[in-house]
Design a protein around this ligand. Structure first.
Ligand SMILES: C[S@@+](CC[C@H](N)C(=O)[O-])C[C@H]1O[C@@H](n2cnc3c(N)ncnc32)[C@H](O)[C@@H]1O
Length: 213
């Protein structure tokens, strides 16, 4: 496996280049197919504020702010993606440049953390989940939407990921996600497919003392 920094550099460079035309790229179109399902899933829960990890050009946050009277924050590794998000959303969201492994917010701040089509870029997914858990309130929810492939296509794709120039790390099965959560005091509340090539998972926090999925 390449080192974590290499994956992050590839992701930042890819999305810096793609930013201006992101909505018409393969990645952009894949993400767009998820937006309404992500928002429907968010709508199942009460929330006053939300953090979008890997927010890209701010498409989801723009939709959230249009639909709900909530406060919003976002973080992304790519300057150019974030610049577009800032133009799109302006002062209405707290948008910061940074790495999902080190979220620059205080603990227990958010009712909801969302992550659309970004999780498969993370070389240290446990570290990201741990940060998401830190910033979300005990009753809050983490919603991850990401690419999905059936076996054996997933295994084959995962073999070639280190060669990919876009900084993709891994396509997760439901079981892979469960394994990542094991022992983390995070609890997989639901996992559903979204279209043919994606999933949406809702993750909650286990009450103190109860560990498992
Ligand atoms: C396919 S885009 C998805 C953008 C947006 N969530 C959407 O749905 O349109 C993936 C995004 O994840 C960001 N990203 C990748 N690795 C990251 C990391 N370690 N920390 C923060 N953002 C990251 C990329 O810069 C890119 O903007």
């Amino acid at each position: 496996m390449e080192n974590a920094q290499t994956y992050k550099e590839k992701s930042a460079s890819t999305f810096n280049k793609q930013a201006a035309n992101y909505d018409s790229t393969y990645c952009g179109r894949h993400a767009q197919m998820l937006y309404s399902h992500v928002m429907d899933t968010m709508g199942r829960y009460e929330f006053q504020n939300v953090l979008d990890v890997g927010c890209g050009t701010g498409n989801v946050l723009a939709g959230v702010l249009k639909k709900w009277n909530v406060s919003a924050a976002g973080i992304d590794l790519s300057d150019n993606m974030l610049d577009i998000a800032k133009k799109r959303i302006g002062e209405k969201a707290d948008l910061r440049k940074g790495d999902s492994e080190n979220l620059p917010w205080e603990s227990n701040m958010f009712d909801m953390v969302i992550c659309t089509d970004s999780f498969h870029h993370y070389p240290n997914p446990e570290a990201v989940l741990s940060e998401m858990k830190r910033v979300v309130k005990p009753e809050g929810k983490i919603i991850i939407a990401d690419p999905w492939l059936s076996a054996p296509f997933r295994q084959i794709a995962n073999l070639f990921m280190p060669l990919c120039k876009d900084g993709d790390v891994k396509i997760y099965s439901c079981n892979d996600l469960r394994k990542l959560l094991q022992g983390s005091r995070l609890n997989l509340k639901s996992w559903e497919k979204s279209g043919k090539n994606a999933f949406i998972a809702v993750i909650g926090i286990c009450p103190s003392g109860i560990v498992g999925v």
